[in-house]
Design a protein around this ligand. Structure first.
Ligand SMILES: Cc1cc2nc3c(=O)[nH]c(=O)nc-3n(C[C@H](O)[C@H](O)[C@H](O)COP(=O)(O)O)c2cc1C
Length: 190
C-alpha cells in the first residue's frame, strides 16, 4: 500500500500526556504550517491563521490559562492550578489554528470555517507523516474570551483547535470507527 494511504488508514490521535520531546525543529514547523495552509479556500480569503507555542512560551500561556481558571473558580486548589498552567506544556509543540471567518459578499462564512478545519486536519496529518503524534483539541480555554484576548486572538476570531504535536510514547490503540453503511448513502447507476 502506498505510504500516504497507509498513513491515512491508520492515523490515530495521541493523547498530549503521552507525548514527549524533542518536538519538531524550526524547519519542520515551517513545513507543517506550509502544508496546513495548503487547503481548499473558497475565494482565496485565507480565513485562518496559526499561533505557535513552544518552549517557555507554553508556560507563559499556561499562566494566562491558570489565572483565568482561578477567576472562574476562586476556590481552585493548587493542584488544579498547576494542572491548568501545564495545559499547553504537555506536548513540545502546540499550534493554535485560528478561524478568521467573517461575513463576505460572496463566500459563506460556513465555508470559511470549514477551511480552518481543513487546515487543522492537514496539520495533524502532516505531523503524523513526519513521525510525530498529534491531537486536535479545544478544551475550555479555547472558548474563554479573556484567555483568547491575552493570547492575541481577536474578538472576531475563534479557535478551530489547539493542535498538540510531539513524540508518541508508543503506538496508540485504535478505536471503533463508524461502519460505512451507517454514514454513507450511495446513489449508484443500475
Ligand atoms: C474541533 C475539535 C475539537 C476537539 N476537542 C477535543 C477536546 O477538547 N478534548 C478531547 O479529548 N478531544 C477533542 N477532540 C477529539 C480529538 O481530536 C480526537 O478526535 C479524539 O481524541 C479521537 O481520536 P482519533 O483522531 O484517533 O479518532 C476534538 C476534535 C475536534 C474535531
Amino acid at each position: 500500500m502506498p505510504e500516504a494511504l497507509d498513513l491515512l488508514k491508520t492515523r490515530r490521535s495521541v493523547k498530549p500526556v503521552e507525548m514527549s520531546g524533542p518536538g519538531p525543529a524550526a524547519a519542520e514547523i515551517d513545513a507543517l504550517l506550509t502544508i496546513a495552509s495548503r487547503v481548499p479556500d473558497h475565494g482565496k480569503l485565507t480565513p485562518w491563521r496559526f499561533v505557535v507555542f513552544e518552549g517557555d512560551a507554553r508556560l507563559k500561556a499556561g499562566d494566562i490559562i491558570a489565572s483565568a481558571f482561578k477567576g472562574k473558580y476562586p476556590d481552585a486548589t493548587q493542584d488544579q492550578l498547576t494542572f491548568e498552567r501545564a495545559r499547553l506544556s504537555r506536548a513540545p509543540l502546540v499550534v493554535a489554528v485560528v478561524s478568521r471567518a467573517a461575513p463576505h459578499v460572496k463566500i459563506p462564512e460556513w465555508e470559511q470555517v470549514l477551511s480552518a478545519g481543513a487546515a487543522a486536519m492537514s496539520l495533524v496529518l502532516a505531523a503524523h507523516a513526519l513521525g510525530y503524534g498529534a491531537n486536535w483539541i479545544t478544551e475550555w480555554y479555547a472558548y474563554d474570551r479573556g484567555v483568547l484576548a491575552a493570547l492575541g486572538v481577536n474578538d472576531n476570531e475563534r479557535i478551530a483547535g489547539f493542535v498538540h504535536i510531539g513524540r508518541p510514547s508508543g503506538p496508540p490503540e485504535d478505536r471503533p470507527r463508524p461502519p460505512l453503511n451507517e454514514i454513507a448513502t450511495r446513489f449508484t447507476r443500475r
